[in-house]
Each structure stands twice: as C-alpha cells, then as structure tokens.
Ligand binder design. Sequence first.
Ligand SMILES: C[S@@+](CC[C@H](N)C(=O)[O-])C[C@H]1O[C@@H](n2cnc3c(N)ncnc32)[C@H](O)[C@@H]1O
Length: 283
Amino acid sequence: MQEAALFSFSSTSNNSDSDSNKPSPPPCTQVLFSQFQSQSQSKSLDSDPILINDSLTLYKGRVSTFDVFGVANSDLLPGKYEGGLKLWEGSLDLVRFLYTEIQKGRLSLKGMRVLEIGCGHGLPGILTILEGASLVHFQDFNAEVLKCLTIPNVKRNMSKELAELGFFSGDWGEVHKMLLCDSIENRTEDCGTSCGGYDLILMAETMYDIASLCSLYHLIKKCMKKRGGTVYLAGKKYYFGVGGGTRQFIRMVEEDGMMEACMISEVTDGASNVREVWKLIYK
Ligand SMILES: C[S@@+](CC[C@H](N)C(=O)[O-])C[C@H]1O[C@@H](n2cnc3c(N)ncnc32)[C@H](O)[C@@H]1O
C-alpha cells in the first residue's frame, strides 16, 4: 500500500500548519545592530569560550530565560519563546562541519550572502562573518533573543565590522518579507528591498516542531538562491515528544521533489540522541 503524503505543498500551507492553540506569533521586526551595547560592553558580558577543532575560539554569551522572558530554565514556551537563548548541540555540529570543510580547502565563504535561520546564539553565522561572507542575516523568532544574545555575541566575536549585517525577528510564515528572496512570485509581491536570495542558508535545531516544518521549508524556497544556493542544516534525527526531526524534514523535501538532500555527517557522541548534518541544493 502506498504511504500517504505527510505534508501538503498547497499555496496555503504556509499558514495552515500553525497550531490554533498557539498564541499569535510576534510581529516581524528588524533589530538594529547599533542599538544594542557597544563593543566594549559586549566584551565584558558573561561569556564562555568554545574551542572549535583545537584552532578557533568562539565566544557565547550567558543569558537566562528568567531575565528575558520571566520564566526559569525553560527550553521552549511554544508560540512565545522558541529556545533561542540556549546553545543546542546541532549548532556546534554545524560550526565544526563548516570549519573543517574550510580548513580542508573544500569550502570558501568569501563574498557569500548568508542567512542563519533560527539563529539563537548565532555561532554558525558568526563563523561565516569571520570567514569572509559579505552579508550575513540572522533570524530568530524572538527580537529579545537577537537583542540580548545574538548581537552581543556577534560583537564579542568580531574586532571590527567585517560584513553587512542584518537581524530579523518573526515567524517563518511571515519573516521572508524582511529577507532577501529569489523566486519569481516574491520578486513582484512581497520580497525585501533587495532580491536575489542567499548563497548559503544555515540552520541548527530548527526541525523539532512538526507543525512548523512546512513554513520552514517554504521560507528556504523563497530565500535560497535558485542557481548555486546551498542549505546546511543540523539537528536531531528525532525529537522525542514533539514529533519533528531531520528525517521528517528531509522526507518533506524529498516529497516536494525540487531539491536534492544529502546527509554529510552523523554525530553519535552520547550528548543527545543521534544528530545529523544535511546539505540541500536545487536539482
Ligand atoms: C531550538 S532553538 C535552536 C537555536 C540555535 N540554532 C541553536 O542550535 O543553538 C530553535 C530556533 O528556531 C527559532 N524558531 C523556532 N520556531 C520558529 C518559528 N515558527 N518561526 C521563527 N523562528 C522559529 C527559534 O527562535 C530558535 O532560535
């Protein structure tokens, strides 16, 4: 018997996947880099060093959910706070993978236009700044995460402004309006001021909620450069209790049939259930 399609690709699927019990998402906003904390203040923020491949040190800030959202030790408050203040393992898997590829001369980020979706701490995006990307946009559900964590982290890791930077908050079903797009329909309708899409889209641990996988995939299709664009995504194979996972997401991509998906790394370090890094390109 043929297995029923898990996901629908109708034009309404952007909005129809939202759970009616969830509060409405926060409005899309752009958070200005210059608005929050000077570089010297960022250097004195509570931060921890993270050593990557024994040769690169990145710094991550320490910000509590209680200070920002008034709730103690919460990973997620569905529809209100989506986990951006915590550093998830997949984010470091992605940084390590990218940095290894660069060290081995198999990847260059010079001049690339990059989007990190669901950035939280933003370490993968920060690596691309340090490695010569010309434009890096960071997206998170919550403006508070961008203000209190992503921007201070970017400032903490950069000695001078190296790339054109943008910080955008909002739900995946809407935030493309503020981002670069590369699709015919969006060029005439609702794409941001500059079109053409991103060369590279990065995301880590964004595939946990089955209800938002469609809007996440639609966002990628709107924003990824049609010719030569690449997505690298990292996350857990399954997220117990919430239904999502890299495999659910990849199954949806394969059902759609427009992109080729290839698993490039599997991480079984015991820190969590199995994690994976995948690459997506247009066929
Ligand atoms: C589990 S956190 C991962 C954060 C970071 N990438 C990491 O690995 O440390 C999930 C991220 O996806 C974002 N996110 C989740 N659901 C979202 C949605 N529906 N719309 C926009 N962003 C969302 C959250 O704001 C958060 O940054």
